[in-house]
Structures are given as structure tokens and as C-alpha cells.
Design a binder for this molecule. Structure first.
Ligand code: GRF
Length: 210
């Protein structure tokens, strides 16, 4: 068993890294049959880098270049090289605040996933929990999806519902969505690592475990 190669996940994040933590913990306990092989960030002080180092997981800041919402070409190539050098099977975005372009999308075609804090296709983009609250929906949640060239638009792998309460503030709703993310993301990654996930066009289905 021990000589079997483990499924390798590269995590990209710009923020505090609570989803990374949930993923790494689920890998450590065997709930996700995989390992986090590498963490990359576009922010030198991101909490996700510190959390990875605490766990002994290789973690690097790679400068994003001059743009605010995407990586420049050289930076995208540097991310690809780092992920390929770490032999990752899957790239998991966890609060990575930049849109990916073709260099990364082509290098890991069909092998990049993201978590978004709403029930897509509702409320793509920034501060989705606040969009949901302002709109007045009674339920929202989170979505794990494959990444394509659009913003939060790729095929949906899994979703978890979070009710909107009458006394919710953006902060309280965001906190409950975050807690749901920490359950949903490892669950989806476990299914991918086990080879249970099938994609046909926009439809993603799960094969039962043997
Ligand atoms: C999460 O809410 C995720 O849905 C969004 O960015 C946030 C990242 O949070 N894409 P964290 O850094 O994992 O705590």
C-alpha cells in the first residue's frame, strides 16, 4: 500500500487559507486519499503560506506581475512550472483572487477546481455572500466547480446549501458559508482523487465507490 503513489494536489490561494487547512487536514486523516504537494500564493504575506509551512508542506510566493485580477504571462508560466515540478495531479483554487488564463488552463486542462461562496450560477464574482444577502434570497451556499476561462462558470461538481437567516449580517452569513465550504471541498476532492468523477459537457456525475 505504502509504495502506491498518492494523488497530488497543488493549492493556490491569496488569503487566510482556511479551505487549504480543511483540505490538508482531510488528507492527513485519510478522508481525502491524496496529499497537498505544494501551496502557491500571489501574496507574500498570505496566511495560507504560513499555514502550509506549519504543516511542513512546500509553499511559495510567486509574484503575479503588474495586473490586479490576473497573472501576467511570465507569472503564469512560473506557476505552471512550479506545479509541474511538484507533479501535481490537480490544482485546487482556495481563495485565489485572480482569473486564470490559457497558459494555466491548457497545462492542467480539466484538472483545475475552485470553491465559490454561493450556489452558482447565482452570484458569481466578488463578495458573493453579500450579493446573496442584498438580493434577498432565503438560501445560498457554496459550490465546487471545474475552472474554465470564465468567471466562476465551469461545470459544477458539488454544492452545499446554507440558509439565510433574518438576522444575518454579511459577516455572519459568510462565516456559515465558510464552515460549509470546509465540508464540501474535501468531499469533492476525495471523489476526484478516487477517480469517481465523470464530466460530460456541463454535467458532472459521481460513480459509486466499488
Ligand atoms: C472562500 O470563501 C472561497 O469560497 C473563496 O475565497 C474564500 C477563501 O477563504 N473563493 P480561505 O482563504 O480558504 O479562508
Amino acid at each position: 500500500m505504502s509504495d502506491l503513489r498518492r494523488f497530488r494536489i497543488g493549492v493556490l490561494g491569496s488569503g487566510k487559507g482556511s479551505n487549504f487547512e480543511a483540505i490538508a487536514q482531510a488528507c492527513a486523516t485519510g478522508i481525502v486519499p491524496a496529499e497537498v504537494a505544494l501551496v502557491l500564493s500571489d501574496c507574500p504575506d498570505a496566511g495560507i503560506l504560513a499555514r502550509a509551512k506549519e504543516r511542513g508542506i512546500p509553499a511559495r510566493y510567486i509574484p503575479p506581475g503588474p495586473f490586479k485580477t490576473k497573472l501576467d504571462d511570465a507569472a503564469e508560466r512560473a506557476y505552471v512550472e512550479a506545479l509541474q515540478a511538484a507533479a501535481v495531479d490537480l490544482v485546487a483554487l482556495a481563495g485565489f483572487m485572480r482569473v486564470l488564463k490559457s497558459t494555466l488552463l491548457n497545462a492542467f486542462a480539466g484538472r483545475i477546481v475552485n470553491i465559490h461562496p454561493s450556489l452558482l450560477p447565482s452570484f458569481p464574482g466578488l463578495a458573493a455572500w453579500k450579493q446573496a444577502l442584498d438580493y434577498g434570497v432565503k438560501v445560498t451556499g457554496c459550490t465546487v466547480h471545474f475552472v474554465d476561462a470564465g468567471v466562476d462558470s465551469g461545470p459544477i461538481i458539488g454544492q452545499q446549501i446554507v440558509p439565510v437567516l433574518d438576522d444575518d449580517t454579511p459577516e455572519s452569513l459568510h462565516a456559515r458559508i465558510h464552515a460549509a465550504e470546509h465540508e464540501l471541498y474535501p468531499r469533492c476532492l476525495a471523489a476526484i482523487a478516487r477517480g469517481q468523477v465523470r464530466v460530460q459537457g456541463r454535467r458532472v456525475t459521481f460513480q459509486r465507490a466499488a
